[in-house]
Ligand binder design. Structure first.
Ligand SMILES: Nc1ncnc2c1ncn2[C@@H]1O[C@H](COP(=O)(O)OP(=O)(O)OP(=O)(O)O)[C@@H](O)[C@H]1O
Ligand SMILES: [Mg+2]
Length: 283
């Protein structure tokens, strides 16, 4: 059993300046994330996904309850630098996180701040740019890149720092299908091969289906959690939240509802195709 890396205990959060009577952005969330897990965070707009991610690198801190990263409380000022080096985040809007005058400089920025020796910086920057398929943009001014390219630069900068946990806030929202595939493959590989923990907010069921566990948020509450084939096959629940399943999950649900004896939990095209072939052979 892997060690717990992230933990929330009755985590409640009200944004500063909000009246005490207002609905908290997060309400009494109890959660444990083990090292090496890949978690998808789903929920409608305003359900609290970004607010929860920001708690894990102490950008926001609980107004009630507690958050621990590798046993360190985010309420403890002394622990903040260590927490931030353990958990790196990329934000929904890539414009907020670009600082360098070239892509290369931008990706090197965090390493320079940590006084990493220059040859090591060059190695790590080149590897991160290569991994995300943007090495050809190394000398470019970041403000001349597209939104999707900027998002990949931001992730490269984060990866170069080698955090143990990646907090990814809708990282593929601005990417084209090829860019989405590059980014998701890179993240999956880091998770699988290096055991890096991933928490990824997403509106795409196809992405959530790749995770080991899906958390569903509603109005700041952790409504339900479980493996993707449990959560993403509960179509009535997903629809009540304004969400949906993968294309194969939606179709399998409709076919089952109409009486076709398909197994539950189908989420991927290939699984559905196999089951439909088996059904056709039997009938
Ligand atoms: N800076 C802020 N000040 C006050 N309230 C905020 C602030 N940021 C977010 N909120 C509120 O907190 C709640 C959760 O917002 P959050 O951004 O975490 O949702 P989200 O699930 O990430 O939504 P989206 O899918 O749109 O990204 C919302 O009700 C939102 O209005
Ligand atoms: Mg958000």
């Amino acid at each position: 059993m892997a060690a717990v890396l992230l933990e929330t205990k009755k985590l409640t959060f009200v944004y500063p300046g909000q009246p005490e009577s207002s609905r908290p952005a997060l309400k009494e969330i109890d959660l444990e994330v083990c090292a090496g897990e890949y978690i998808a965070l789903m929920g409608a707009n305003g359900s609290g996904k970004s607010t929860l991610l920001k708690q894990f690198n102490a950008l926001l801190r609980p107004t009630g309850g507690a958050v621990f990263v590798d046993g360190l409380s985010t309420a403890d000022d002394h622990c903040i630098p260590q927490i931030r080096s353990l958990c790196g985040m990329i934000f929904q809007n890539p414009d907020n996180q670009i600082v360098g005058t070239t892509v290369e400089e931008d990706v090197a920025f965090g390493l320079e701040n940590r006084a990493v020796p220059p040859p090591e910086i060059r190695r790590r920057v080149a590897a991160a740019l290569e991994l995300l398929g943007i090495a050809h943009r190394a000398g470019f001014p970041p403000h001349q890149l597209s939104g999707g390219e900027k998002q990949r630069v931001a992730l490269a900068g984060l990866l170069a720092l080698r955090p143990r946990c990646l907090l990814l806030d809708e990282p593929t929202a601005m990417l084209d299908p090829a860019g989405q595939a590059v980014l998701l493959e890179a993240v999956q590989r880091l998770n699988r091969e290096q055991g890096i923990t991933v928490i990824q907010a997403t509106h795409y069921p196809e992405e959530a289906a790749l995770a080991g566990r899906v958390l569903l948020l509603e109005n700041g509450l952790l409504l339900k959690e479980g493996p993707p084939n449990d959560i993403l096959s509960d179509l009535p629940l997903l629809r009540s939240l304004g969400l949906g399943s993968t294309a194969a999950g939606e179709l399998a649900y409709l076919l089952r509802r109409d009486g076709m004896p398909l197994p539950g939990g189908i989420l991927h095209n290939r699984e559905l195709a196999v089951q439909l072939c088996l059904y056709a052979q039997k009938n």
